[in-house]
Design a protein around this ligand. Structure first.
Ligand SMILES: Nc1nc2c(ncn2[C@@H]2O[C@H](COP(=O)(O)OP(=O)(O)O)[C@@H](O)[C@H]2O)c(=O)[nH]1
Ligand SMILES: [Mg+2]
Length: 215
């Protein structure tokens, strides 16, 4: 007798909605990135630094958080269109939540959409939102063994941003070790090393985002 778990049914439904989101983004020529990390790795700070550098790329942001709209307020302060999804304790965004949030954005004026997922290296990995690429962010205070512990996330990501490079001298985090551990899980992973605080590496990162726009 076949046994279909609730989780599998939920994921099938999510994948259908993600396909619809992806079609919509393609029709509108919007490049979409799903930003994933532990709480506090610097997702919002990276956006605060990047968005002014990408002003000509007409960015929009979807913020996901457990309770508050604090991150959306930080983005709105930059005059960038933003919508906040409050998951009320839910540990990840799903494609249906993103689809509903999109009705609050003018998609005809946006070319680059960032989705800041709920801070969590586990649950969001399995949920396709319709993005082009998942980007995992790890900071130098988290330990360089994380790719080995959160394999699903590092396998799902296409890009890994290593943030808080300014703090590197005060940690035992080893860049070569984290890269080796991540490449063991995902040999095609592309890396950027940055400090959202000091701006180190941010020019290179913003240039890469520009290269991802529809021509
Ligand atoms: N030293 C340092 N602190 C950072 C950097 N990026 C973010 N932070 C700090 O890390 C904390 C969490 O950042 P936030 O962007 O809210 O993380 P999020 O939870 O991933 O969105 C804040 O206190 C930031 O100021 C960085 O590159 N260097
Ligand atoms: Mg945040």
């Amino acid at each position: 007798m076949p046994v279909i778990t609730v989780e599998r049914k939920i994921l099938e439904k999510n994948d259908q909605l993600a396909t619809q989101n992806r079609q919509l983004f393609a029709e509108k020529h919007i490049t979409v990135f799903n930003l994933l990390s532990s709480p506090g790795s610097g997702k919002t700070t990276l956006l605060e630094k990047l968005l002014p550098m990408l002003a000509e790329s007409r960015c929009g942001v979807v913020e996901g958080d457990l309770q508050t709209d604090r991150d959306a307020q930080r983005i709105a302060a930059l005059n960038v269109p933003v919508v906040q999804i409050v998951t009320n304790g839910g540990c990840h965004l799903d494609a249906g939540l993103v689809r509903d949030a999109l009705t609050n954005l003018d998609l005809d004026t946006i070319r680059l959409l960032f989705i800041e997922n709920v801070g969590n290296l586990v649950c969001p990995a399995g949920y396709d939102l319709g993005e082009q690429k998942k980007i995992v962010i790890i900071s130098t205070t988290e330990g360089d063994d994380k790719p080995l512990k959160y394999t699903t996330m590092f396998r799902a990501a296409r890009v890994c941003i290593i943030n808080k490079m300014d703090l590197l001298p005060w940690t035992d985090f080893n860049i070569e070790t984290v890269k080796r551990n991540a490449l063991q899980i995902n040999p095609d992973l592309q890396f950027f090393t940055v400090s959202a605080k000091t701006g180190t590496g941010m020019q290179e990162l913003s240039a890469w985002f520009k290269s991802q726009l529809y021509k």
